[in-house]
Design a protein around this ligand. Structure first.
Ligand code: DGL
Length: 249
């Protein structure tokens, strides 16, 4: 199978990392809208418009499936994309909810959802968690993490003080949904803030679980073809891909 992965920027490479680890695809085509990132502070109309433009880009490739690695896109634009796509389009919200359900037996567990302002405003995670009968949900827009991660600060003083700012009144969570492509890069630091007591739900791992449950993968591809595109400075994105994913680009 040939898969497309769409993100607002570089963060979706965390999802590509999981796809590569599980060797599911023969070819992966990545597009990051680096010219227009961040999506997480934009309104629904803009997010949908940008997402449909990205969809047009992916129509140039003969893909079997498109993964919207971006939580903000998954929260707002999935239905519109699906209605215009000649291939399946999968977001990261539903797989994240399924992974949370698989991780927690107790419906009274404390769940902390971390995401961009737009994703939190959409209530996409909250609504599905409530539908799954979870009672104790705290949603927190933690957009400041995005530029800090882009700066390469995965631990240290700056991150620590931003975590204190965001988390000081948050009840100790049993599970944390990392509802933004960037957050897996600081999952260790977030986990340690809460004493490593919480299960961390990572979009990349959740989507792999979801794919394996819904599609048939007959072969493993240890050396898939990779193509990385970006709407601005594709060379910078390729350099980050080489660094984070240890691949040739
Ligand atoms: N990719 C976005 C997400 O997962 C985070 C960065 C942005 O705001 O565009 O929600």
């Amino acid at each position: 199978m040939k898969v497309g992965v769409f993100d607002s920027g570089i963060g979706g490479l965390t999802v590509v990392k999981s796809l590569l680890e599980h060797q599911l695809f023969e070819e992966i085509i990545y597009f990051g809208d680096t010219a227009r990132v961040p999506y997480g502070i934009k309104d629904k109309n803009t997010i949908v418009r940008y997402s449909l433009e990205a969809l047009e880009f992916f129509k140039n490739f003969d893909i079997d499936l498109l993964i919207t690695a971006c939580n903000t896109v998954s929260a707002y634009a999935l239905e519109e994309m699906r209605s215009q796509a000649p291939f399946d389009v999968i977001g990261v919200v539903e797989p994240g909810i399924i992974a949370t359900q698989n991780a927690l037996d107790d419906k009274h567990s404390n769940i902390l959802v971390l995401a961009t302002q737009a994703t939190i405003n959409s209530k996409a995670y909250e609504t599905l968690l409530q539908r799954a009968d979870f009672k104790n949900i705290t949603s927190k827009a933690t957009g400041l993490f995005v530029p800090i991660i882009e700066e390469g600060l995965f631990e240290g003083e700056v991150l620590q003080s931003v975590m204190t700012h965001y988390f000081k009144e948050v009840p100790c969570p049993d599970a944390i949904i990392l509802g933004c492509t960037h957050f897996p890069l600081i999952s260790q630091t977030i986990g340690s803030y809460f004493g490593h007591k919480a299960t961390l739900i990572h979009s990349g791992e959740a989507i792999v679980e979801y794919l394996e449950a819904h599609y048939k993968f007959e072969k493993k591809f240890s050396n898939p073809k990779l193509k990385f595109f970006a709407s601005e400075n594709p060379e910078a994105l390729r350099a980050i891909a080489r660094d984070w994913l240890s691949v040739e680009t």
